[in-house]
Each structure stands twice: as structure tokens, then as C-alpha cells.
Design a protein around this ligand. Structure first.
Ligand code: SAM
Length: 283
């Protein structure tokens, strides 16, 4: 199939997507982006990519088509107990001290995809009887990802951490123990998570690039495996926003392949038990 995007159309459409959702496309991604846009154009009944651009930019008052395009573009790759070591270290070194200080810890899972990350955190917390004293807010830009999270029925890919040798035996035993009370196996090798646990988490739509809602402040912000899709300029703006949502002694954790050190002195970084914890420079 021919790419619907000429260089000019690539420039304006990728610019609009970056402005609205943050995802950055380089010229080498033009074919991939063109395929996704062609798919959405066909479903929404557009024949011209320029008309589609004008519609997204100037019509689409409720941003319904932009939401559908966002769903088609985002990478929702995630699974239960992904990057376990930093997750457990965040509990030990951030959540437990916050509970000891104030009796309650507030956590924001800022790109929760279909929910495996906040649900894993909730399971680990409940195993240690800490969930009652932790509030978890889980947000994502993708409406489809959030509705999957609320459905909480997962296929075998969500269970990759349980593959043979994926985790050391002690870690495997810990996550199995944490997960067992909350899940029923499904026929396809996945699990269904109990609604009781899903309802312990607040799920909300939030765009890290353009939402203006004040979510309050948090002891721990998990913003993992999303900044890789943004340009440095966008990452800088998102970090400023996350920095503003950190409690004075709060900590930000990003994905293991994402480092914020190149962004200068706004945040300081300390390594605790396998997690890189970013704190406000002033604290
Ligand atoms: C690869 S998943 C990461 C999921 C999880 N944090 C993890 O580490 O497994 C990236 C998620 O970031 C979300 N995302 C992309 N752009 C976003 C934005 N501007 N605001 C909020 N979430 C965004 C996507 O919808 C997707 O669900």
C-alpha cells in the first residue's frame, strides 16, 4: 500500500500528534505513521490525508477522532511485574517511609497502559498489608487502554514474568504469592483480576503533554516506559509537570532504559536497592 503521507503531510500530521500526545516521529517512521493514519482515515471515512489533518486540527470538537488516532498510535506494551526490582525498591524506600511519616502514601502511575503496572503494585502492597494505607491513581492518555484496565482480563502476554527463568526463584515465589489471591486463570493462559482489587485503584484519563487537571501531590510517581516515545523537549516539559506533582520528599521513577540525567539539575538521582529514584533538587 502506498504511503498516504507526502513529506509535507508527514510534517504537519506528525507535528500535530506530537503537540497533542507527545509521541515523536522521525522521518524514518513515515511509512509506519502513514499506515496507522491510513487505517484511521478509512475507518472514519476520509479519502484525503490533508482533509483528515484539517478535521483533526480545526473540527473534531470533542476530540473523538484524535482519541481514536491516539489509540491507534500508542504502544501499550506492558505486563505484570515488569521491571520488578525498581517496583519493589520503590515500595521499600518510598512508600513505606511515606506511610511511616504520615500514615498514608499517595502513588501516581502516570502511563498505566492496560493496568498491569498499578495492579502489580497493588498486589505487592496487599501482600505486605500496605494497600489500605496507599492511594493509587492510575492514568493513561489512551481511552482503550483504560477500558481494558477496567475490564481486567488479560492474555498470556501479560504473564511474561512467569515464564521459566524470567525471574529468579525467590522473586517468582514472591510475585506468585502476591498475585494468587486476586486472579482466576483464563483458558488462553492469561488471568482475570478480581474487581475488588481493580476498584482499589482510581483510573483516570490524563495526557502528560496537554492535560491541565490538578491531580494533587504524590509520594511516588511511576512514569515508566513512556518518555522513550517523546522528544527531549517534550520530556523536559513532562518532567517539569511531574516535578510539580511530587510531594517535597516524593520520588519519581522512570523505566530502566530511561535516564533523566541529561536533563540537568532540576531533579537529583539516587540509587536505592536497584531503583533510580529522582527527587526534587530543592528537597
Ligand atoms: C509502553 S506503555 C508503558 C506501560 C507501563 N508504564 C509499563 O512500564 O509497563 C506506554 C503507555 O504510555 C501511554 N502514553 C503515551 N503518550 C502518553 C501521554 N501523552 N500521556 C499519558 N500517557 C501516554 C500509552 O498510551 C501507553 O499506554
Amino acid at each position: 500500500m502506498a504511503n498516504v503521507l507526502t513529506p509535507q503531510l508527514f510534517t504537519i500530521l506528525s507535528g500535530l500528534i506530537e503537540e497533542r500526545v507527545g509521541i515523536h516521529y522521525g522521518r524514518e517512521d513515515s511509512t509506519l505513521l502513514g499506515e496507522r493514519i491510513a487505517m484511521r482515515m478509512a475507518e472514519a471515512g476520509f479519502e484525503s490525508a490533508l482533509d483528515y489533518y484539517y478535521y483533526l486540527r480545526y473540527d473534531d470538537p470533542l476530540r473523538k477522532e484524535m482519541d481514536a488516532l491516539t489509540d491507534a498510535l500508542v504502544v501499550g506494551e506492558t505486563y505484570f511485574f515488569r521491571e520488578l526490582e525498581p517496583l519493589e525498591a520503590s515500595i521499600r524506600h518510598v512508600i513505606v517511609p511515606a506511610i511511616e511519616r504520615r500514615g498514608l502514601a499517595r502513588v501516581w502511575c502516570a502511563a498505566c497502559a492496560s493496568g498491569e503496572e498499578p495492579l502489580s503494585l497493588a498486589m505487592l502492597l496487599e501482600k505486605d498489608r500496605l494497600l489500605d494505607r496507599t492511594r493509587i491513581l492510575a492514568t493513561d492518555v489512551s481511552p482503550r487502554a483504560l477500558s481494558r484496565a477496567r475490564e481486567a482480563t488479560y492474555g498470556a502476554r501479560a504473564m511474561r514474568a512467569f515464564a521459566p527463568d524470567a525471574l529468579p526463584p525467590e522473586a517468582h515465589a514472591r510475585v506468585s504469592q502476591a498475585m494468587a489471591p486476586w486472579t482466576q486463570p483464563t483458558a488462553n493462559g492469561g488471568v482475570r483480576v478480581s474487581k475488588d482489587l481493580v476498584d482499589r485503584i482510581t483510573w483516570q484519563r490524563f495526557n502528560l503533554v496537554s492535560s491541565n487537571d490538578d491531580l494533587g501531590t504524590f509520594d511516588l510517581i511511576l512514569c515508566r516506559n513512556v518518555l522513550i516515545y517523546f522528544s527531549d523537549a517534550t520530556v523536559q516539559r513532562v518532567i517539569e509537570r511531574l516535578d510539580g506533582a511530587l510531594a517535597d520528599d516524593g520520588r519519581l521513577v522512570v523505566g530502566v532504559s530511561e535516564s533523566l540525567l541529561r536533563f540537568g539539575t532540576m531533579l537529583t538521582c539516587e540509587e536505592r536497592g536497584g531503583a533510580f529514584l529522582y527527587a526534587r533538587s530543592a528537597s
